[in-house]
Design a protein around this ligand. Structure first.
Ligand SMILES: *Cc1c(COP(=O)(O)O)cnc(C)c1O
Length: 386
């Protein structure tokens, strides 16, 4: 077991803490799962419809289409909108692979956009450049996928203006930001559609894979519901379009119904943890910036440590039983499968720099102040040795 500087043995700190959440919920999740096992409606059972209604009430979206993962949620929207070969979909490079992967799935071309160095989200100026890059590559820009990285909504006001000028539609990849707000709007009500993920480590996670699409567009919602089940029509043996098997399991819906009840309280707890980190660390590292009028659900709490000191900090914390993570060590435009796709203006300097500077600290709603103090003290000792 790792030994602390003072000679005492340090208990390992979890990076996220799902065990404490389960304890808090007592038998409620276990009983919800057992109810599904008893009624046997494993596929599209009553809990799926209940969850969709609950999620809609929570975020204000007119339609909620649950599905098998955050990746399927993104793909279903591109399929429903008929994105195809020759189309360009503009998305950040500093994100999880799914954001660009789905664009290639439908035969279109991802064009990578740079991000803002302080918010980690899509840089509007680089988006403008990407429109030119796409056109010069002989592609038709049809859509933008903005990512709400680490839990904060992208700068939608600026991005929407650019989308409007270029006549392209906007998909919000809210896999990390469900529950956050952007001005008066809640995540789930922004863009033509919003996708999210219920992967266990996301702010609202289930006990496996899951996702959802949110939209106010009646027609789009109907197509999404059809695509989710093999493109079925009103007669279920007459498939009217090519779809996928993309349903959310009833058991996962049952888990999420229980977790959604405590989600507002968990978001508030995450925001407290983040505020405490920022107050204590702003003088030794670059702390994350939240845009005026926006809120984050803090899927990650991510510092920037320049000057090549990031890896030393990670090693030092690891030796003190404090886990950290690097999201993302390699932007997509540097990865083997994605390196041949166009890049806005030929170069994404901020994405490259962030890949070398970012480090995420333990973040979850149940991070006790004394445990957080231990993390803060270790970071401070490493970055500003006295
Ligand atoms: C997690 C994540 C996804 C994919 O979600 P899955 O449910 O794992 O398929 C997509 N985009 C971003 C930004 C993510 O963080």
């Amino acid at each position: 077991m790792p030994v602390q500087a003072g000679g005492g043995v340090a208990a390992p700190i979890p990076f996220i803490d799902l065990a404490t959440q389960r304890q808090r919920l007592g038998r409620r999740i276990d009983e919800a799962i057992l109810r599904v096992v008893d009624h046997g409606g494993f596929i599209m059972g009553p809990e799926v419809r209940q969850l969709e209604a609950d999620l809609g009430a929570f975020c204000g979206a007119r339609h909620v289409v649950s599905c098998a993962s955050g990746t399927d949620a993104l793909a279903l929207v591109l399929m429903a909108r008929g994105v195809r070969a020759g189309d360009a979909v503009l998305c950040p490079s500093f994100t999880f692979a799914s954001t660009a992967e789905v664009v290639a799935w439908v035969g279109a071309t991802p064009v990578f956009v740079d991000v803002d160095g302080e918010t980690f989200n899509m840089d509007p100026e680089s988006l403008n450049a990407a429109m030119d890059t796409a056109a010069r590559a002989g592609l038709t820009p049809v859509a933008v996928i903005a990512v709400d990285l680490f839990g904060q909504p992208a700068n939608y006001e600026a991005l929407e203006a650019i989308c409007g000028r270029h006549g392209v539609w906007l998909l919000a990849d809210a896999a990390q930001s469900f529950g956050a707000t952007c001005g008066q709007r809640r995540v789930g009500t922004i863009g033509t559609a919003t996708s999210t993920s219920f992967f266990p480590a996301k702010p609202l996670g289930c006990y496996g894979d899951g996702g959802a699409v949110f939209t106010d567009d009646d027609e789009l919602a109907a197509v999404l519901r059809s695509l989710r089940v093999h493109g079925q029509g009103t007669d279920k043996y007459d498939n009217v379009r090519i779809g996928i098997n993309g349903r959310l399991d009833t058991i996962q819906a049952a888990v999420l119904i229980e977790k959604l009840k405590i989600f507002p309280d968990e978001i508030a707890a995450r925001q407290q943890v983040a505020a405490r980190y920022s107050a204590a660390l702003a003088d030794v590292a670059a702390v994350p910036k939240v845009l005026e009028g926006a809120s984050s659900v803090w899927a990650q709490y991510t510092l920037r440590v320049p000057g090549g000191r990031r890896d030393a900090l990670a090693a030092r914390l690891k030796a003190e039983a404090i886990p950290t993570a690097v999201y993302y060590p390699k932007p997509l435009h540097r990865q083997t499968a994605y390196r041949n796709f166009p890049v806005a203006g030929g170069d994404l300097p901020v994405s490259d720099r962030l890949a070398a500077e970012v480090i995420s600290l333990p973040m979850h709603p149940y991070l006790a102040p004394d445990v957080q103090d231990r993390i803060i003290e270790s970071v401070r000792r490493s970055l500003a040795p006295v």
